[in-house]
Design a protein around this ligand. Structure first.
Ligand code: COA
Length: 260
C-alpha cells in the first residue's frame, strides 16, 4: 500500500499503523487523516488482521496534535466541518471498528493525538509519554471527541481540570488516572503490545467484536448497553467460534477458532 504520511505493516495477525511525520511530531493534517481512514478500513476488512496497533514514528511523539498550520485561518463553518469530518472519518470510525485497536503511545500524545489514542479500544504508554488536551491554550476546544472521551475515561472532574489548564500529565499519572492501562520503557513498549495482542488473538474474534459493540453501546446516546449485550450474546450462539469454543472446553483441548 502506498501512503505518504503513514506506514502499514502486517505480521502474524497484527497490523501496525504508524504515523510517520516525525519532523512535525506526527501532527495530524488532513492528508494523514484520510490515509489513516484508508489504513484502518483495510485492516478491518483483512480477515488475517486480529489486532491493530496505532503508534507514532520516532522516539519523541505519538502525535503532537492536529496540524495547527492547517486550520489557523479557518472560519466558523470550516471549523465545524473540520471536526465533523475528522470524527466521522477517523475518531468515531476507529472507536467502532470490530477489530481491537490498541494505541501504543510512544511519546507526546497531545490534542488530536490524545483524542486518537482515546478513540482506540485501549492504550499503553512508554514512560517518557506526555498526554494532554492543550486546545484552550490556542483559543479552541478539543474537536475530535476529546471533551466526551476524556471524562468517560478519567472522570468529569479530572477531565475538566486537564482541559481547562491545558496541562500535560506524564505516563505515571495517566496510569493512575486509568487513561492508559500499562506503562513500560520505550524499548519494551512494542514487546508489551505484542504480548497483550497474543493474549487477545487466542480468543474468538467474533466474540470480541460483539464485546466491543456491547461495551461501546453503553456510551452511546440513545442506546441501551444492556439490550445490545443481550442481542450480541444471542448472536454468539449462532457462530462457528461458539461451537468450537464450547466443544474444545468439553473435549479438554485448546480451541482453534475459525473466526466466524
Ligand atoms: N501542528 C503542527 N506542527 C506541529 C505540531 C502541531 N500540533 N506540534 C509540533 N509541530 C511542529 C513544530 O511546529 C515544529 O516544526 P518546525 O521544526 O518546522 O518549526 C516541529 O513539529 C517540532 O516541534 P517543536 O515545537 O520544535 O518541538 P519541542 O520539543 O520544542 O516541543 C511540543 C514539543 C509537543 C511541546 C510542541 O511541539 C507543542 O506544543 N506542539 C503543539 C501541541 C498542541 O498544542 N497540540 C494541540 C493542537 S490542536
Amino acid at each position: 500500500m502506498n501512503f505518504e504520511n503513514i506506514t502499514y505493516e502486517h505480521d502474524s495477525g497484527i497490523t501496525t499503523i504508524t504515523i510517520d511525520r516525525p519532523k512535525k511530531l506526527n501532527a495530524l493534517n488532513q492528508d494523514t487523516i484520510q490515509e489513516l481512514h484508508q489504513a484502518f478500513k483495510t485492516a478491518e476488512d483483512d480477515v488475517d488482521t486480529k489486532v491493530i496497533f496505532i503508534t507514532g514514528s520516532g522516539e519523541k511523539a505519538f502525535v503532537a496534535g492536529a496540524d495547527i498550520s492547517e486550520f489557523a485561518d479557518y472560519s466558523v463553518a470550516q471549523g465545524q466541518q473540520l471536526a465533523a469530518k475528522g470524527q466521522a472519518k477517523l475518531f468515531d470510525f476507529v472507536a467502532h471498528l470490530s477489530t481491537p485497536v490498541i494505541a501504543v503511545i510512544n511519546g507526546f500524545a497531545l490534542g488530536g493525538g490524545l483524542e486518537l489514542a482515546m478513540a482506540a479500544h485501549f492504550r499503553i504508554a512508554s514512560d517518557n509519554a506526555k498526554m494532554g488536551l492543550p486546545e484552550v491554550s490556542l483559543g479552541v476546544i478539543p474537536g475530535y471527541g476529546g471533551t466526551q472521551r476524556l471524562p468517560q475515561l478519567v472522570g468529569k472532574g479530572r477531565a475538566m481540570e486537564l482541559i481547562m489548564t491545558a496541562g500535560m500529565i506524564d505516563a505515571a499519572q495517566a496510569l493512575e488516572y486509568g487513561l492508559v492501562n500499562h506503562v513500560t520503557s520505550q524499548e519494551e513498549l512494542m514487546e508489551l503490545a505484542e504480548k497483550i495482542a497474543g493474549k487477545i488473538m487466542k480468543n474468538s474474534s467474533v466474540a470480541i467484536a460483539s464485546a466491543i459493540a456491547s461495551i461501546n453501546a453503553g456510551f452511546e446516546e440513545g442506546e441501551n448497553g444492556f439490550e445490545t449485550e443481550i442481542t450480541e450474546f444471542g448472536k454468539c450462539f449462532g457462530t462457528a467460534d461458539f461451537k468450537e469454543g464450547t466443544s474444545a472446553f468439553l473435549e479438554k483441548r485448546k480451541p482453534n477458532f475459525p473466526g466466524q
